[in-house]
Design a protein. Structure first.
Length: 311
C-alpha cells in the first residue's frame, strides 16, 4: 500500500516478472512540450482528472488471471486494469485519443489521465465544456472532482504553469531546489540533476552553468563540492528565484534562434519578436570529449543541429 499526497492509500502490485514477459505496446504518448504550447495563451481553461483512470478500463477476461496477487488467505486478480502494468499508460492514451478524437488539438489537450479544456472566450468555453462532458457521459468515464478546476485563467498542467501570459516554471519545483542544501554525496547530486532537468526549458545556458555540479557524478573523480561547485549551485538558485516567462510560439511570426558555444557546452534560445523579443525555449548540453576539440564553426553547427532535434 502506497500513501498518496491526499493521505489516501493506493494498492500497488509488483508486476516486474509479468512486465518482462509482456510485449511492449509502442503506441506513442504525446510530446509534453507540444501539449503545453497548445494549451497556453487561452482566455479560459478547465483542468480535468480521471478518478483512478486505469481502474476504469476492464481487463480482457482471458488475461485477468495474469494479474493475480497473493494475500494471506487467498489469491485475487484484477477485473479492471491495475496500476503497474507495462502497457497501462499506452492503453489509456489510445483510449483517450479515440474518445476525444474530434476535440483534441482544438479545444482539448490530453496526456494519459490529465486533460485541459482551452477556449478563447467564456461563451466558447461553456460550449466546449458541454461537448467534453457529453463524451465523458457517453463513455461512462468518471472524473475526480477534488482534482478538477473549471473556468480559470491559469493553472498547473504536466508540471508547468499555464496562463494567458505564457508558460511559467512550476514554483513548487523551483522552491524544491532553492530549499536544498549543498549536495554532500552522489545521491543528492542525482536528485538535484533530476530536478534541474525538469526545469531545463526555463534555464538559459543550463548545461554550462551546472557543469561543475554535474561533474561530481563522474565515478572516476572523488566526491568533493568545491568553491566552483558551490558558486554554480547558488547561481542556479538565484536564476530559479525569478525564472523567465516563456511565450507561446506563433507560427505566423518569424522565429529567431540565438546560439552560444564555449569550450564546455553549447546553448541556444528560440525567441519571437512581438512587442519585444520573448523567449520560447532554452536548449543546452555539455560537449562530449571529442566534441570539445571541434573548431568553433563545427560547434556552432552542432548547436544548430541539436537545437533543431530538440524543437
Amino acid at each position: 500500500m502506497v500513501k498518496k499526497a491526499n493521505d489516501k492509500w493506493r494498492m500497488c502490485t509488483d508486476y516486474t516478472d509479468l512486465n518482462k514477459a509482456c510485449p511492449k505496446d509502442d503506441y506513442p504518448l504525446p510530446h509534453i512540450d507540444a501539449l503545453v504550447d497548445g494549451a497556453v495563451g487561452h482566455h479560459m481553461l478547465s483542468f480535468l482528472d480521471a478518478y483512478s483512470g486505469y481502474n476504469q478500463i476492464p481487463m480482457y477476461p482471458p488475461d485477468e488471471a495474469k494479474t493475480e496477487f497473493i494475500i494471506d488467505s487467498a489469491n485475487f486478480c484484477y477485473r479492471v486494469m491495475p496500476f503497474g502494468l507495462r502497457n497501462a499508460g499506452a492503453t489509456y492514451q489510445r483510449l483517450m485519443d479515440k474518445i476525444f478524437r474530434r476535440q483534441i488539438g482544438t479545444c482539448l489537450e490530453v496526456y494519459v489521465d490529465d486533460m485541459v479544456i482551452k477556449s478563447t472566450s467564456v461563451g466558447d468555453h461553456l460550449k466546449d465544456l458541454v461537448t467534453i462532458f457529453e463524451e465523458v457521459r457517453r463513455h461512462h468515464m468518471r472524473l475526480n472532482p477534488a482534482k478538477c478546476t473549471f473556468g480559470v485563467a491559469g493553472g498547473k498542467f504536466l508540471g508547468f504553469m499555464l496562463s494567458k501570459r505564457g508558460i511559467e516554471a512550476n514554483p513548487d519545483k523551483c522552491q524544491a531546489i532553492i530549499n536544498m542544501k549543498s549536495p554532500r554525496n552522489i545521491k543528492e547530486v542525482q536528485r538535484l540533476a533530476g530536478r534541474i532537468a525538469s526545469l531545463a526549458r526555463f534555464l538559459p545556458c543550463m548545461a554550462e552553468k551546472s557543469k561543475p555540479i554535474m561533474s561530481l557524478l563522474k565515478k572516476a573523480t572523488k566526491f568533493q563540492c568545491n568553491e566552483e561547485c558551490e558558486s554554480a549551485f547558488q547561481d542556479l538558485k538565484k536564476t530559479l528565484a525569478t525564472p523567465p516567462l516563456l511565450t507561446k510560439p506563433n507560427p505566423r511570426l518569424d522565429m529567431i534562434v540565438y546560439i552560444s558555444v564555449s569550450d564546455k557546452a553549447i546553448s541556444s534560445v528560440l525567441v519571437q519578436e512581438k512587442t519585444e523579443q520573448m523567449p520560447v525555449y532554452f536548449v543546452s548540453r555539455v560537449l562530449q570529449d571529442a566534441e570539445t576539440r571541434y573548431q568553433h564553426l563545427e560547434k556552432t553547427v552542432l548547436a544548430l543541429v541539436h537545437t533543431a532535434r530538440r524543437l
